[in-house]
Design a protein around this ligand. Structure first.
Ligand code: GTP
Ligand code: NA
Ligand code: MG
Length: 303
C-alpha cells in the first residue's frame, strides 16, 4: 500500500503471570468492570481481549489488553500470547513472589523479544514485599530502573486501584520508547484467532485480533480450517461494529465451524475461495491425523 495507508495503532498488551496473582482483577481495575466475579471459581479458562481508552493528562489513547490464564495447563496459550503481543505486563503478587508460571511467562516474552513491564500486585496485602519481587526478578534479567536496570516496575493493587494510572503510563512509555506501532489499514485484512467457541444462539464465534488491514462485516474469511462470511462484528461489550482496524480485538459471527486459538485468519474475494482454502486445510489436518494414527497402530503392532 501507499505510505499514507500506514497509521498509528494501539499497543497490544498481554497480561501474564502465575495463577491467582491478579491478572484478571487488574484488568477489571483498568476497565472498571467485574470479570473476576463472573468467572467460575475465579479461574480464567480462556483468553479475553479488550480495548480500553486511557485518559492520562487529557490525552486519550487506546490500549488493547489480552488476559491469559496462569494455570500450568495453559502453557501453549502463554506461548501464543507472547507472539501476538507488543508488550507483556508480568503480574507478580507481592505477597507470594516469583513462581513457576511467572518464570514461564517471562521466558516466553524474552524468547519473543517482547518488552516486559512488571506489575507488582496486591501491595495492599499484609506481607506484601515489593522490594523482594524486584530482587527475585534480577536473577531473570529484569532489573528495575531504580536499581540501574531498564525494566519498569510498578507497584499496584487491583483491589484499591492504587498505581493503575502509573501502570498505564509505564505501558505507553514503553510503547513510545521501543516500538514503532503502525499498521496498514488498506492491506488485505489478516490477524490471529485469540479464542473460538460455540455459542448456543450465535453458532461458532471467534475472537480475533486484526493485525493489518480493515476487517468488515460481509467479508469472506478463512480462520484456520473454518470459513464463512462475517455476519456480524462485535466489540467486547457486544456492540456491533461495521469494521475493525489493526490491534482491535473483535468477535466474528458467521463462521461455519470453530477455529482454534492461535489460528491465523485472512480475507478473500469470494466465499467459494474461502471454502476451497478451508477444505484444503481440513484435508491436510485429516491426512496428518491419519498418518499419526497409522504410526500409532504400527507401533502398537510391534508390542
Ligand atoms: P488466573 O486467571 O486463574 O490465573 O488468576 P488471575 O491471575 O487472573 O487472578 P484473579 O484476578 O482471578 O485474582 C485472584 C484472587 O486474588 C482473587 O480472589 C482476587 O480478588 C485477588 N486479588 C487480585 N488482585 C488483588 C489485589 O491487588 N489485592 C488483594 N488483596 N487481592 C487481590
Ligand atoms: Na484466578
Ligand atoms: Mg484470570
Amino acid at each position: 500500500g501507499d505510505e499514507e495507508d500506514w497509521e498509528a495503532r494501539p499497543p497490544v498488551v498481554t497480561v501474564m503471570g502465575h495463577v491467582d496473582h491478579g491478572k484478571t482483577k487488574l484488568l477489571d481495575a483498568i476497565r472498571n468492570t467485574n470479570v473476576v466475579a463472573r468467572e467460575a471459581g475465579g479461574i480464567t479458562q480462556h483468553i479475553g481481549a479488550y480495548q480500553i481508552v486511557t485518559e492520562l493528562e487529557d490525552n486519550e489513547r487506546p490500549i488493547t489488553f489480552i488476559d491469559t490464564p496462569g494455570h500450568e495447563s495453559f502453557t501453549a496459550m502463554r506461548a501464543r500470547g507472547a507472539k501476538v503481543t507488543d508488550i507483556v505486563v508480568l503480574v507478580v503478587a507481592a505477597d507470594d513472589g516469583v513462581m513457576p508460571q511467572t518464570v514461564e511467562a517471562l521466558n516466553h516474552a524474552q524468547a519473543a523479544e517482547v518488552p516486559i513491564v512488571v506489575a507488582v500486585n496486591k501491595i495492599d496485602k499484609e506481607g506484601a514485599n515489593p522490594a523482594k519481587i524486584r530482587q527475585q526478578l534480577t536473577e531473570y534479567g529484569l532489573v528495575a530502573e531504580e536499581y540501574g536496570g531498564d525494566t519498569m516496575f510498578v507497584d499496584v493493587s487491583a483491589t484499591t486501584r492504587q498505581g493503575i494510572d502509573e501502570l498505564l503510563t509505564a505501558i505507553l512509555l514503553t510503547a513510545d520508547a521501543s516500538l514503532d506501532l503502525r499498521a496498514n489499514t488498506e492491506q488485505d485484512p489478516q490477524g490471529v484467532v485469540i479464542e473460538g467457541k460455540l455459542d448456543k444462539g450465535r453458532g461458532p464465534v471467534a475472537t480475533v485480533l486484526v493485525q493489518r488491514g480493515t476487517l468488515r462485516q460481509g467479508d469472506s474469511i478463512v480462520a484456520g480450517d473454518a470459513y464463512g462470511r462475517v455476519r456480524s462484528l462485535l466489540d467486547e461489550h457486544g456492540n456491533k461494529l461495521k469494521e475493525a482496524l489493526p490491534a482491535r480485538p473483535v468477535q466474528v459471527v458467521g463462521l461455519t465451524s470453530v477455529p482454534r486459538a492461535g489460528d491465523t485468519f485472512l480475507v478473500v474475494e469470494e466465499d467459494r475461495v474461502a471454502r476451497q482454502i478451508a477444505d484444503r486445510r481440513q484435508a491436510r489436518i485429516r491426512n496428518a491425523q491419519n498418518a499419526s494414527m497409522r504410526k500409532r497402530i504400527s507401533l502398537e503392532d510391534l508390542d
